[in-house]
Design a protein around this ligand. Sequence first.
Ligand SMILES: *[C@@H]1O[C@H](CO)[C@@H](O)[C@H](O)[C@H]1NC(C)=O
Length: 206
Amino acid sequence: MFLPISFIFSFLFSSTNAADFCVGDLNGPVGPAGYSCKKTATEDDFSFSGLLRTAGNTSNLVKAAITPAFSTQFPGVNGLGISIARLDLAVGGVIPMHTHPRASELILVMDGTLFAGFISSDNKVYSKSLNEGDIMIFPQGLLHFQINTGKTQSVAFVSFNSADPGVQILDFALFTNDLPTDIIEGTTFLDAAQIKKLKGVLGGTG
Ligand SMILES: *[C@@H]1O[C@H](CO)[C@@H](O)[C@H](O)[C@H]1NC(C)=O
C-alpha cells in the first residue's frame, strides 16, 4: 500500500514538532511521567533568569539551603530528564544523608570545600573532599551526603537526570513523622532515648 507523500511528510513534521518538548502545565496534575504539556510555549518557558543567582538562606538546623530548578520551578525541563539546583552550605553546614529515588546527581563545587560521599548497595563507602571546580557523581537511589568542612561558605551546583529527582532525607523519614518509637527501635536497633531526642529536634511524634 502506498501513502501519498504529502501525508507522510505532514505526519513526520507534526509528530516531530509535538515530540520536541513538553513544557509543564503547572495547573494540571503531576504524575510519575511529569506534568501534562502546556498548549503553547514561549522562549520564557526555556529560561529562568535569576533563580539560581542568589544564595539560599542557611539560617536553619542543617546550615544549608537547596534552591531547585526542577519541573515545578522551571517547567521547561518537564519531560526532558534533566534539572539543576543550587546548594549553599554555611561553615559546618550539611545536606544530611539522603537519596533521590528518580535520578543520579552530578555535583560541581563552585566555591569552598565539601566532604561528600555515597554508600553503594553493598554498603561500601565512596567519599571525597571536593574543592572549587571538582565534580562527583552520586548514582541513582543511593544514600549520599555533603558537608562543608572548609572555613568559608560553600556553593555548588547539582544536576540530575530527571526533571523531578525527588528526595528522601533519612533522618526526616525516621524522625519527623508519627512512626511509633518502638517500631523505629525494632527496625533500626537505635535506643528509644535517642529516637525520642531526634523526634524532639526534627518534629516527630509517637
Ligand atoms: C533566613 O531564615 C531565618 C529563619 O527562618 C529567618 O529568621 C531570616 O529572616 C531569613 N533571612 C532572610 C534574609 O530571609
